[in-house]
Design a protein. Structure first.
Length: 266
């Protein structure tokens, strides 16, 4: 059984369907975090559990409480457990931040983690990294392909060799200090955006460790000009929009956005 929060990325639902796995969506609180009581209620200890932990939900940028999830698993004791971190965006910058502990396997337990290359790392085509343990890899049973002299553990067969090359180039050109600097800037600028909205008295929210700020949906001309994504949540007043603060969203850009928000507020 696959357990994942209702706010997690839709790809989890697609992959569960593709592999004909039972999917149980766990309700979330108003900030987008998995409700632990809901997880405990849904968990069936008689079936193997694949728990997908959201490290930054799609709209609200929420991180599920890994310690609380572990506590439920220890109490219920499913016959088998696999924990996967969906860290498509946050897995890019959190390892280089002061909050790296939330994706550090020395402090939190997980079996694998997925990180996108086309988000924080800024590549021009979809690509990603899947990191797991030697133990997990050794227990896989992929199809052996004789003429490749290897096994193919991924769903797709042929894969681009350019993606790994781009990652290598990015790592060499940016370096550890470069990634640290970018990580610090996007978090600082997300805090800046939230503070500016607070100064206006405008309803806005931001989760811990998150570069996503979500807020009451502004007038349509602002939505169109800034191409803002939208969602609805009656627990937060209904219509919402969000801004994901990436490397290109500088404070100058934020100031121009806030100026438009002030015009709309009038």
């Amino acid at each position: 059984v696959v357990y994942v929060s209702a706010d997690a990325h839709y790809s989890v639902k697609k992959l569960a369907d593709l592999q004909n796995l039972e999917l149980r969506l766990i309700p979330t609180d108003k900030m987008g975090r998995m409700k632990i009581t809901g997880f405990a209620k849904a968990l069936d200890p008689q079936k193997p559990a694949l728990v997908v932990i959201a490290m930054g939900t799609t709209f609200k940028g929420a991180i599920d409480d890994q310690a609380a999830v572990d506590a439920v698993l220890r109490e219920k004791k499913p016959i088998a457990v696999y924990r996967h971190l969906d860290a498509a965006l946050f897995g890019g910058y959190l390892p280089f931040s002061k909050d790296q502990k939330v994706v550090d396997r020395k402090t939190v337990h997980f079996d694998s983690i997925a990180v996108s290359g086309h988000k924080f790392f800024g590549f021009d085509e979809p690509m990603g990294i899947f990191i797991t343990t030697d133990e997990v890899l050794a227990n896989q049973n992929p199809f052996q392909v004789a003429y490749l002299n290897d096994a193919v553990p991924t769903i797709t067969c042929s894969r681009s060799a350019i993606g790994p090359l781009k990652f290598w180039w990015k790592i060499k050109m940016t370096g550890l200090e470069g990634f640290k600097s970018q990580s610090e800037v996007i978090i600082s600028d997300a805090e800046y955006l939230k503070a500016k909205l607070d100064e206006m008295g405008y309803p806005a929210w931001r989760n811990p460790f998150s570069n996503t700020v979500f807020f009451k949906r502004p007038e349509q001309w602002i939505m169109d000009k800034w191409m803002l994504a939208m969602e609805e949540d009656d627990r937060l007043g209904g219509k919402l929009a969000h801004c994901i603060v990436m490397q290109n969203v500088t404070r100058e850009v934020i100031d121009r956005f806030i100026a438009d928000m002030k015009k709309g507020k009038r």
